[in-house]
Design a protein around this ligand. Structure first.
Ligand SMILES: Cc1ncc(COP(=O)(O)O)c(C=O)c1O
Length: 402
């Protein structure tokens, strides 16, 4: 990296920071906890989150992966059942279904939205298909009207992976409320975080309430009529789904409070992120080599990340060149997001391959994608620097061609 670079932009490990007032409230809760687990803060966070989404039930869990694990169990999938999911997503979307020994069927992405292509989805449905997992990747919503229609026609259970999309909407309705179950992440790099790890599982189905409670925390539920004493302590334990032993996927009290505090300002956070995105997208309008994610017209994105496709073939430059030049010349660290899942060793070792999956757009996207640093608070200076550095690198490519 050049020595005289003034601004350095790392790829952020944390996207949303607490305000000083929030830190005071969190410190108070640490000083004087009524309880540190399964207490009032969790109840409040769950109730606020459910209200924010417009959904009946929300349950705090330790991660979105835990939420997806519970969802996979509740869907009732068995060994050999087929699960439809995008080839381009974070690995955690698929892991719970590997654990149930179901067969993953990878669906290609739409090259403009970078989201699961619903036409390709239709071609991959068979009589063994049981579950579809739409992923609102990078914060952008999938066309849920169409997806739910396809799922109904084929009797598919819908698990929405909203890990990256709290507050995103499809036609004015929040994602996570369309499917049978919705799963959210509060990992440290997400728009909302619960001090580094956490998640939420949501549903409108009253039948799932008992099942989720039974699986989430050792199968225990609070006693209803034993105020003076507990017999036995921590309540009776019930197997909510025969044959499925419970987990401990609970979300701690301080984490729940931290999440609830950020939830109160998530709309402001997401609208700031939209402003940053619009500005970067507009100012790079004449740089058609870069194509940012196209948010479907009827959708509102949570703008979780800033991925783009880069096409430098007319001057013989690749995405790797762009990453290298932004880092070496301007101190801007970018990343390449996800392999198509069938290219990870873990999936290859579990019997999946590129040859058997046929998702050419996902392969192409991996080869050409770049993800720029993006977070909830960006200064004008940072945004200007990012834009001018990208322009400068691409201008050089263009000029060297002539
Ligand atoms: C699309 C997607 N699904 C699932 C997960 C898993 O979330 P968690 O880290 O909370 O388990 C993530 C996290 O990065 C994600 O991006």
């Amino acid at each position: 990296m050049k020595k005289d670079i003034q601004i350095k932009m790392d790829f952020p490990g944390v996207q949303t920071f607490h305000t000083p007032e929030e830190i005071n409230l969190i410190a108070d809760a640490i000083r004087n906890p009524a309880s540190l687990s399964m207490g009032q803060n969790l109840k409040q966070f769950e109730s606020d989150f459910a209200k924010y989404l417009g959904v009946r039930y929300a349950f705090g869990v330790s991660s979105a992966t835990a939420a997806l694990d519970i969802a996979a169990i509740i869907s009732g999938v068995k060994e050999g059942d087929e699960i439809l999911l995008p080839a381009h997503t974070f690995t955690a979307t698929a892991l719970p279904f590997l654990r149930t020994r179901s067969k993953l069927v990878f669906v290609d992405i739409d090259p403009n939205t970078f989201l699961m292509d619903l036409e390709d989805l239709k071609t991959k449905i068979t009589s063994k298909s049981k579950v579809v997992v739409p992923v609102h990747l990078y914060g952008a919503p999938i066309n849920m009207t169409e997806l739910v229609k396809i799922a109904k026609e084929h009797n598919l259970f819908v698990i929405e992976d909203c890990a990256q999309a709290p507050g995103a909407e499809w036609q004015g309705r929040k994602v996570g409320t369309f499917g049978d179950i919705g799963c959210f992440s509060f990992h440290g790099q997400k728009n909302i975080t619960t001090l580094g790890e956490g998640g939420m599982i949501v549903t409108n189905n009253p039948d799932f309430e008992e099942k989720i409670l039974g699986l989430r925390k050792i199968g225990s539920r609070p006693y209803k009529n034993q105020d003076k004493y507990w017999k036995p302590a921590m309540s009776n334990i019930v197997e909510a789904i025969p044959g499925k032993l419970p987990y401990n996927f609970a979300l701690g009290e301080i984490q729940a409070l931290a999440g609830d505090l950020i939830l109160k300002r998530i709309d402001d956070i997401n609208s700031k992120r939209k402003k940053y995105f619009d500005r970067i997208n507009n100012e790079l309008e004449n740089y058609s080599e870069l194509q940012f994610q196209k948010v479907p017209e009827k959708g509102l994105s949570a703008y979780h990340l800033l991925p783009a496709r880069f096409d430098g073939h007319s001057y013989g430059k690749t995405r790797d060149d762009l990453i290298e030049n932004l880092y070496e010349d301007f101190g801007i660290k970018c990343v390449v997001q996800y392999y198509p899942l069938y290219n990870y060793e873990l999936f290859i070792n579990n019997g999946y391959s590129k040859k058997d999956s046929y998702c050419p757009e996902s392969d192409l996207f991996y080869d050409n994608m770049i993800s720029f640093p993006f977070k909830s608070e960006m200064t004008d200076n940072e945004i200007n620097y990012l834009i001018s550095s990208i322009k400068s690198v691409i201008d050089q490519y263009r000029n060297n061609k002539n």
